[in-house]
Ligand binder design. Structure first.
Ligand SMILES: Nc1nc2c(ncn2[C@@H]2O[C@H](COP(=O)(O)OP(=O)(O)OP(=O)(O)O)[C@@H](O)[C@H]2O)c(=O)[nH]1
Ligand SMILES: [Mg+2]
Length: 347
């Protein structure tokens, strides 16, 4: 979507250049400044994104390059080595098999004999797997009001992701409210409070050990009374077993359905990319406990196994909507499949 905006602005810029001796009015100067800002933001965004994905790039693209260099002709051994690289990058067995079969078919179809051309086909396949059909990778928050329930096991980055999101929505001019639904530890409430301060948004919290559904109930009442656009609710990751988890989440979901029926709902499962295939297991458990509508994949900057994005999207049938590429407040990006594949496969 960003590309479309950029193109629109660039087209306008071009048509402006065609008018000879046209002096710039104040509004045009401002517009040009905003074009510069958009381009700068886009550049900053892409460079942070690329930097965050550097390890995954080395784990996939650089290794594929090495293999291709060592093979003159295309044979089964080459495909076996490619398969190994993809599995090592945590793309997952099933998804890797699918990709390799498709690549083999295309090589045959297009009568490709030069090993160098395989990379392009591989890139095509990776993009296809992540393709955003009907904008399903976009957060479901429009029209407002919206409620975002953020779930996931402990330590995956839920609270951090909420903080980053709050900051971003606030910067975009939205009215944001946070709810400290992780009442398991006092520190969790404090941590969310710190993020609320940083993002300069309000927070609703109760004391440690109180009922999470009751905090979320209060959050919803406050959101309605204050005309909040986006209410974001933290939840506890430290639940001892699946039954506890299901009970607690079900209770929260009942409150949301009853108290905020008109709000757009997004149930965001946060998973930690550095845990690789374990992230897939967690997602499967949560999918049984509640209707996950999207995944935020965090800590992609800390792993060479960012290939897990492909496994998540193709094996779970839940769209990846956000990716975390660092601990900073700006290190959360909307997931864009084109940008992602281009970052891990630059050529
Ligand atoms: N490098 C990196 N670190 C991250 C990212 N997202 C979160 N973290 C770090 O992961 C750690 C855990 O993050 P939290 O947000 O506290 O995780 P949580 O899921 O809320 O954890 P609990 O409240 O214990 O369930 C923190 O040190 C964060 O800074 C990311 O995208 N990249
Ligand atoms: Mg937390």
């Amino acid at each position: 979507m960003f590309n479309k905006f950029l193109k629109k602005y660039k087209d306008e810029e071009k048509s402006n250049e065609n008018v000879e001796n046209k002096s710039l009015k104040d509004s045009e100067v401002e517009e040009n400044a905003s074009i510069d800002n958009i381009e700068k933001n886009r550049e900053g965004f892409l460079s942070r994104f690329k930097k965050g994905l550097e390890k995954t790039k080395r784990g996939i693209s650089d290794k594929v390059d090495d293999i291709i260099k060592s093979y003159q002709k295309i044979d089964d051994e080459l495909f076996e080595e490619l398969e190994e690289v993809l599995i090592m990058a945590d793309i997952g067995f099933e998804t890797t098999e699918r990709i390799i079969e498709e690549v083999k078919d295309k090589v045959k179809e297009r009568k490709i004999t030069d090993a160098n051309d395989i990379k392009l086909i591989l890139k095509e396949e990776l993009k296809e797997i992540l393709e955003d059909v009907d904008g399903k990778n976009k957060l479901n928050i429009n029209p407002y009001p919206a409620i975002l329930l953020v779930v996931g096991v402990n330590g995956v980055g839920k609270t951090t992701t909420i903080g980053k999101l709050a900051y971003r929505f606030k910067e975009e001019g939205r009215k944001v409210l946070l709810t400290a639904g992780d009442t398991f530890r006092a520190a969790a409430i404090e941590q969310l409070g710190e993020w609320a301060n940083r993002a300069n948004v309000d927070i609703i919290s109760h004391s440690e050990g109180s009922d999470p559904a009751a905090v979320i109930f209060d959050g919803i009442q406050a959101a309605k009374a204050r005309n909040v656009d986006i209410l974001i609710c933290d939840t506890a990751g430290r639940l001892h077993n699946k039954k506890n988890l299901m009970n607690e989440l079900n209770k929260i979901f009942r409150v949301v359905a009853r108290e905020y029926p008109d709000a757009n709902k997004e149930v965001l499962l946060v998973v930690d990319a550095t845990t690789g295939q374990n992230a897939i297991m967690q997602a499967k458990v949560f999918k049984e406990a509640c209707d996950i509508t999207g995944i935020a994949l965090t800590k992609l900057d800390g792993t060479a196994k960012g290939g897990v994005v492909f496994a998540v999207q193709s094996e779970l049938d839940v769209p990846v909507k956000l990716v975390g590429v660092g601990e900073g407040i700006n290190d959360l990006q909307d997931f864009d499949s084109e940008d992602f594949v281009d970052a891990i496969f630059p050529e």
